[in-house]
Design a protein around this ligand. Structure first.
Ligand code: AMP
Length: 192
């Protein structure tokens, strides 16, 4: 298996690039944001609990997202590899993910981090709000919260995987195709 984390702040292009990587390499996409939005759409208890955190631009509690990821890994045995998108978002989630994968004799092979300046992130979230219908993209206070949460809690995930030399940071500015080709080069270089 080859397990990849696509890492970066909200608005850095993880969703767009994930779609392209999945169709090229056949990864199983595991986006905790998508899983949570589907829980909300289905009006489950978990979805109802998560919604208030998401609407405020705060993180949903670790135990909730770790439980969702555990279930998703268990129900997708035999895939070539997972592409984690929007997860892990805290050091505790990263440690939990490492344990979950280790219990299947697997690990994170590569973390590709997209680097995008803050001004550009805000512009992209505003643009995305027009078509995504995502209320957390539309509100400027919520946008700023999400970037603050990224800096305060999520950057620690990159530090965690840097210890094992598994992080490659790439410029997330430029055309979608150019960014995709730089991501692909890193994956290809590892023989996937
Ligand atoms: P995303 O679609 O990845 O931008 O996620 C949208 C929102 O879902 C985030 O702002 C969080 O409220 C919540 N969320 C998604 N993934 C996670 C995660 N790994 N940990 C905690 N909250 C998450």
């Amino acid at each position: 298996m080859f397990n990849l984390i696509l890492f970066g702040p909200p608005g850095s292009g993880k969703g767009t690039q994930s779609e392209k990587l999945i169709s090229k390499y056949g990864f199983k996409h595991l986006s905790t944001g998508d899983l949570l939005r589907s829980e909300i759409a289905n009006q489950t208890k978990l979805g109802l609990e998560a919604k208030s955190f998401m609407d405020a631009g705060q993180l949903v509690p670790d135990a909730v997202v770790i439980g969702m990821v555990d279930a998703a890994i268990n129900s997708n045995k035999g895939v070539y590899g997972f592409l984690f998108d929007g997860f892990p978002r805290t050091k505790a989630q990263a440690v939990a993910l490492d344990h979950l994968l280790a219990s299947h004799e697997e690990k994170i092979d590569l973390v590709l981090a997209l680097d995008v300046p803050e001004d550009e992130l805000l512009q992209r979230m505003i643009g995305r709000a027009k078509t995504s219908g995502r209320s957390d993209d539309a509100n400027p206070e919520v946008q700023k919260n999400r970037i603050a949460v990224y800096k305060n809690e999520t950057l620690a995930v990159a530090d965690h995987y840097s210890q094992f030399d598994r992080v490659v940071t790439l410029n997330g500015l430029g055309s979608i195709d150019d960014i995709f080709s730089s991501l692909s080069k890193e994956i290809d270089a590892r023989g996937f």
